[in-house]
Write a protein of this length. Structure first.
Length: 75
C-alpha cells in the first residue's frame, strides 16, 4: 500500500496534462480500447459536427443542458 501512496503523491505534483495522460493510460488497462467502436464513434462525431456547421441542428449551451437536467431531477 505504501508504494501506491508514493505513486499518488508523485502524480499529484505533476502538471495537469501529465496527470491526465497517466489517468488515461490506467483507464485503458481497465477497459481496453476497441478500434471498431472507436471508428464508429468517430463517424458519429463527424456527422454531428457537420450538422452543427450546416445549422441542421442548434447548439445548446452546457449551462442550459445542466439546468434542464437539474430541473428534471429536482422535482
Amino acid at each position: 500500500m505504501n508504494g501506491m501512496n508514493d505513486i499518488i503523491s508523485a502524480a499529484e505534483s505533476l502538471p495537469i496534462r501529465e496527470r491526465a495522460l497517466i489517468v488515461d493510460s490506467i483507464l485503458k488497462t481497465l477497459n481496453k480500447p476497441d478500434p471498431d467502436i472507436d471508428q464508429q464513434w468517430l463517424i458519429v462525431a463527424k456527422n454531428r459536427l457537420e450538422e452543427l456547421r450546416s445549422e441542421q441542428v442548434e447548439a445548446i449551451s452546457g449551462d442550459e443542458v445542466f439546468g434542464e437536467i437539474q430541473d428534471r431531477f429536482n422535482t
